[in-house]
Design a protein around this ligand. Structure first.
Ligand SMILES: [Zn+2]
Length: 277
């Protein structure tokens, strides 16, 4: 039976699979939707608990990072499927709106549904971008987007930099297309016990990358040196979602290598030298 289901699944188009995953998540979320103290900043709903992440990153990398099973147990909103990083960013953006600042020109790289839904709810219409995904407005290489300089007030870039070939070049490009005073919201999976980012050119196959970096399509595992790297390009503050708004419980976790840290990177500095890693 399992084999038959797998064969059917393999023949379905990605759009149908996505719908199927949505139905599965909907059903899995039922027990978590009872009234309770948890509150999701993305969809604005309250409920009794967050859902676990379905697939654990069960590798040596995760355990080397000293994060455990418990950390992935409570992460996903049972209504909108937001993750802690999405709720942290929603919290930040809501704070700007309360202060009377509304970003008009928004760009979302590798856009995630919960964040997009939240932005749409605010009346914002972000340009969505990706190198290869189908369901975006523009296909661009984040290292060289060809977009005009100074063209966005807000760029959202969640869990992208661990995939790109030259991280320094990507940051320089993000700086270039950001308007003066504009903000890049950036999150990455990182090992907080690691001082230096791990890059290993010998890890070429999917299996090697999974074992080395924690995911088959990652090309690095960030350590704490992501912080000075970002600060060398932007005026950067760290928003720690875990320490925010305990009454509304917008966040739980960390989950896997996601520590609920949002890097809030403002463009006030001079352009960095392009191309450094
Ligand atoms: Zn939600």
């Amino acid at each position: 039976m399992k084999r038959i289901l797998k064969a059917i699944k393999n023949r379905l188009p990605e759009s149908a699979l996505e719908r199927l995953r949505g139905v599965q998540a909907l059903l899995r979320g039922v027990p978590y939707r009872k009234p309770g103290a948890c509150h999701c900043h993305c969809c604005g709903r309250s409920f009794v608990g967050y859902m676990p992440i379905g697939k654990r990153i069960d590798t040596d990398v995760l355990f080397a990072a000293n994060t455990g099973k418990a950390h992935v147990a409570h992460s996903i909103c049972p209504y909108c499927r937001s993750l802690p990083r999405h709720r942290a960013e929603a919290r930040l953006i809501a704070g700007w709106l309360d202060a009377g600042t509304t970003p008009q020109r928004v760009l979302a790289f590798a856009p995630e549904k919960a964040v997009l839904a939240y932005l749409h709810k605010l009346g914002l219409r972000p340009v969505t971008a990706d190198l290869i995904a189908d369901n975006v407005d523009i296909h661009v290489d984040i290292e060289d987007t060809k977009l005009p300089k100074n063209s966005f007030d807000l760029i959202i870039c969640n869990h992208v930099l661990e995939h790109v070939h030259n991280c320094g070049k990507a940051l320089a490009e993000l700086h270039r297309i950001l308007a003066p005073g504009g903000v890049l919201l950036c999150t990455v999976p990182m090992d907080y016990n690691r001082e230096h980012t791990l890059e290993d050119a010998s890890a070429r196959s999917a299996a090697q990358r999974l074992k080395t970096f924690g995911q088959a399509d990652h090309v690095r595992l960030f350590g704490k040196d992501i912080i000075p790297l970002l600060a060398s390009v932007f005026d950067m503050e760290i928003f720690d979602g875990s320490r925010t708004d305990p009454v509304n419980i917008p966040l739980v976790g960390p989950s896997a290598l996601d520590y609920n840290l949002v890097f809030v990177c403002r463009k006030t500095k001079q352009p960095p030298v392009r191309g450094h890693t």
